[in-house]
Design a protein around this ligand. Structure first.
Ligand SMILES: Cc1cc2nc3c(=O)[nH]c(=O)nc-3n(C[C@H](O)[C@H](O)[C@H](O)COP(=O)(O)O)c2cc1C
Length: 193
């Protein structure tokens, strides 16, 4: 079965640079044999997470189906005040155990390097027992696009991220799924059904 990569875009801007970079990265992941889906939070509108409310909207159901489907995720955010967008944090709040044992890649559209925003996404994922790629990629909407064409250096970084996520993510995922199915003493044991 093909390795399944879900990209989560969290800018609510039309033609957002973070979502453009995400789509290109997903195309590269396809080149490396992955099946891909894009969950664009501009289109899939999640209500503000409410731990008490138990009504599920069609958009909430779609997000849940996509997250359960995925073996690995790429989280893409604009840099807002050195942090992730509210839409991204709200998306993350909906899930917990669903992230465990999956590998996450990070993209950030920033006028700086987006490091603090990506670090905060990493912290949330670590809290949910997900793996994180050891690097992220930042995109600068002013410097990285000329006449709608992406800077080739950035394109090459996105290609590398896609390749590494598919290859390393697959190794980690296969081991996690194997550990779910046997009785070994690993962190996966708490996710056995
Ligand atoms: C509310 C808000 C806060 C922002 N804060 C920062 C910031 O702290 N650092 C930064 O480099 N850019 C900041 N920006 C600029 C955006 O990160 C930048 O325009 C980015 O390219 C937007 O991404 P998008 O094209 O994916 O929407 C901010 C923009 C907004 C609207």
């Amino acid at each position: 079965m093909a390795f399944r990569v879900l990209g989560v875009g969290s800018s609510l801007r039309d033609s957002a640079s973070s979502t453009t970079a995400l789509s290109i990265t997903l195309d590269f992941a396809k080149k490396y044999g992955a099946e891909v889906r894009l969950l664009d939070l501009r289109q899939t509108k999640l209500p503000l997470y409410d731990p008490v409310e138990n009504k599920t909207t069609p958009d909430m159901q779609k997000a849940q189906d996509d997250v359960l489907w995925a073996d690995a995720l790429i989280l893409s955010t604009p840099d807002y005040h050195g942090s992730m967008s509210g839409a991204m944090k709200n998306f993350l709040d909906y899930f917990w155990a669903e992230f465990a044992g999956k590998t996450f890649g990070y993209l950030c559209a920033s006028h700086e390097k987006g490091l603090t925003a990506m670090d905060q996404m990493r912290t949330a994922i670590r809290q949910c027992y997900g793996w994180s790629m050891p690097y992220g990629v930042s995109v600068n909407d002013k410097d990285d696009f000329t006449d709608g064409k992406m800077n080739p250096k950035l394109e090459s970084r996105l290609d590398m991220l896609a390749r590494d996520l598919v290859v390393y993510g697959n190794v980690l995922r296969q081991q996690f799924v194997k550990d779910l199915d046997d009785s070994s003493n690993t962190f996966a044991s708490r996710y056995r059904k």
